[in-house]
Ligand binder design. Sequence first.
Ligand code: ATP
Ligand code: MG
Length: 259
Amino acid sequence: MQPLLNVVNLFKSFKQVSGLFTSRDRIAFGPVNFTLEKAQTLAVVGESGSGKSALVRTIAGLLKANSGDIYIKGKNISSLSSQERCLSVRMIFQDPSSSLNPKMTVGKILNAPLELNTDLNAEQRHQQILDTLKLVGLLPDYLAFFPNMLSSVQKHQVAIARAMILNPDIIIADEILAMLDISLRFKIINLLLKIQKEKEISYIFVAHNMHLVRHMSDHIIVLHHGKIIEKGTTEKICHSPQHEQTKYLLVSHQPDYRK
Ligand SMILES: Nc1ncnc2c1ncn2[C@@H]1O[C@H](COP(=O)(O)OP(=O)(O)OP(=O)(O)O)[C@@H](O)[C@H]1O
Ligand SMILES: [Mg+2]
């Protein structure tokens, strides 16, 4: 059976100015190979600068790979329109306070992707918005609220609702919990897990905190200088890490590293 997501020899480098008239390539990641199945969570971990964000941003279509391929349900995503891509993969950004437009109500924020990417009429869009608000645990009253009227957890709920509104196959979350304290992080993680159960969605979850990763993911890939140095089930990586870097990540992030 083909995997939901298949990443094949994906490679990305950035041009870096090294002198007045010269530049050289700096490898961000790759070549990397991995898969993700339906209703599963893949955690991407690694030290700062190891290429996690560059990798997931490339999968989300925000960066262009130098080489390699990304397949979703067997289709090369380079053959998909940007609309089709939005319906497959959505990203939740790190800081909802800055990624939610302060001038738009929650209703408008959730309506925008539906208007851009679907043929639904106003009534159908409204229903989809209500269903998605319910899914993330917010009452319809919040439709009229502006982001600055929301608590940090509610902003996360809206950011998750915006990612979920098109019912994508995969949601990518890059360090979305770094700004929350630990009890609120678990609240959001449990919400993501509940949504996963209900919608059979898959997640790619970038995190520094191995304690959360252990709670949340089915598989882990460990990046080090842009290469995958270890991959496997969460159980295997956490109980018998093979690489020194993985062992270091596991001990240095217990039980809570980033506040
Ligand atoms: N837009 C860019 N232009 C040039 N180089 C970049 C750019 N974005 C990332 N890089 C480089 O690519 C490498 C990987 O960066 P990336 O942001 O993916 O790391 P990361 O693992 O997400 O780190 P962190 O944990 O700090 O978020 C780094 O060497 C970084 O300097
Ligand atoms: Mg990053």
